[in-house]
Design a protein around this ligand. Structure first.
Ligand code: GUN
Ligand code: ZN
Length: 447
């Protein structure tokens, strides 16, 4: 009799590469799983059954349908740990550091999302571009407008992108149009969370913009919201830019405690909480973050573009604080995680040259790990996405070096998978993305 389940199995054939465990902990050689003629076995539910050499997978699943991508690299869909949806139309705004950039460019642009038609078009563009870059999971900073958030959740759902997202909250030091009272922030966040949290692949994140634009009352409301479900997330910014950090210390804001202590006081630190940037956290703040289980998003291109600084990566690894990579548009300069990896490498090289105790010379294995499994773990999704281990969603990004002329030539000069991977991370770009699968279904195919 026909074994229906076996017929429904598919094997993705290609150069399968993933990094399911931390190379920072176990070393690159053990961490890198590379199968030059590999097979990823996916069941009818879009879940990975197993991954190995194609020959072996074929023998074990003789009736499976083959999706043959020989000549391409198959990598786990990227995990973007910090990116702003209502900034999709403002990449490359010139010449300012964070606080002036927010006032001059960002706040006026975000105010336009009051118009649901504007927001709807932006949401389409945002999620189209995200998936085109090979990103299948994203921790998305939202808009201040509930209808704009509806559009964003819908567009993510249509593309089967796994999102963590929520209403952007602020009630001072920001134009009136972007303020919500704490009461309104509470009811609107709750309405959105009730509708979208755990609907399909979506999760809800309580999203105070950053402490300088929130009153203590607003931060209290955020703590209350976060406590209402064991798996809501908290998404905010901290310790990004020296101007911001100095401002936090002034007496109209929070002069008596450290930046992270402010968040802690309102119940906002913990394993569900992600703080974007965290360049300037003091040793005491790093200790607080480690003790409470906080997460971080490292956003190199944004840190460069806004002149913010260099992320001292080694401190976070040594403190055991999970972190992933964020493109952080429009502080960041694009949605490509591959571009972000090239920047992250350069940033660590610069820092390593001045102080090796702060940084790494990141290998291809570490870079791919940071863009995939590390990101998934940082978002509390380490057993759902980020690798090709059994039980993970079949979120697969297909990179074809032959979509350009240089890379195939350069690759011929590589003698190990680790070398190939490094070249891919540094010299690769999003035009290599040929297809993207989410949960075993096609979500994007290049023309
Ligand atoms: N801090 C507060 N808001 C923002 C923002 O929109 N972008 C960045 N990079 N940092 C912020
Ligand atoms: Zn940001």
């Amino acid at each position: 009799m026909r074994n229906a389940q076996e017929f429904d199995v598919e094997i993705y054939r290609g150069y399968a590469i993933h990094v399911p465990y931390s190379p920072f902990k176990i070393g690159d050689e053990v961490a890198l799983h590379a199968f030059p003629d590999g097979g990823i076995v996916v069941n009818a539910l879009g879940t990975i059954v197993e991954t190995g050499s194609f020959k072996q997978m074929r023998l074990r699943h003789p009736r499976a349908r083959i999706i043959d991508r020989t000549g391409c690299y198959l990598i786990p869909g990227f995990v973007d740990c910090h990116v702003h949806y209502p900034q999709v139309y403002m990449i490359a705004c010139y010449g300012e550091q964070l606080l002036d950039w927010l006032n001059l460019y960002t706040f006026p642009e975000e105010a336009r999302y009051k118009d649901p038609l504007y927001a709807k078009q932006a949401a389409k563009v945002f999620f189209d571009e995200l998936i085109k870059c090979g990103t299948t999971t994203a921790n998305v900073f939202g808009s201040q407008f509930i209808l704009a958030m509806e559009e964003a959740f819908l567009e993510a759902e249509r593309r089967r992108i796994r999102v963590i997202m929520g209403l952007n909250l602020s009630d001072r030091n920001i134009p009136e149009a972007l303020r919500l009272t704490p009461e309104k922030a509470y009811t609107l966040s709750r309405t959105l969370a009730k509708k979208w949290h755990k609907r399909g692949k979506a999760l809800y994140a309580v999203t105070p913009r950053f402490a300088p634009v929130c009153t203590p009352e607003m931060l209290r409301v955020c703590g209350k919201l976060l406590a209402e479900s064991p798996d809501y997330r908290l998404h905010t910014h901290a310790n990004e830019n020296s101007g911001e950090v100095e401002w936090m210390k002034t007496k109209e804001l929070f002069p008596k405690q450290s930046y992270m202590e402010v968040y802690r006081r309102f119940g906002l630190t913990g394993p569900r909480s992600l703080f974007a940037h965290s360049i300037y956290a003091t040793p005491q703040e790093v200790a607080l973050m480690a003790r409470t289980g906080c997460r971080v998003a490292h956003c190199t291109s944004s840190n460069f573009f806004l002149g913010s600084g260099h992320f001292p990566m080694r401190r976070y690894v040594e403190a055991g604080i999970p972190f992933g990579i964020g493109t952080d548009i429009a502080g960041g300069t694009g949605l490509s995680m591959l571009k972000e990896l090239e920047r992250a490498y350069g940033c660590q090289m610069i820092l390593h040259a001045s102080d090796p105790k702060l940084a790494y010379r990141l290998s291809g294995t570490k870079l791919l790990y940071l863009a995939t499994q590390a990101g998934a773990e940082t978002l509390g999704l380490g057993d759902v996405a980020g690798s090709f281990l059994s039980g993970r969603a079949a979120d697969i990004t297909v990179l074809n070096p032959a979509r350009e002329t240089y890379l195939p030539e350069r690759m011929r000069n590589c003698s190990t998978p680790a070398e190939e991977l490094f070249v891919l991370c540094i010299a690769g770009a999003s035009h290599l993305v040929q297809e993207v699968y989410t949960g075993g279904q096609i979500a994007y195919r290049a023309k």
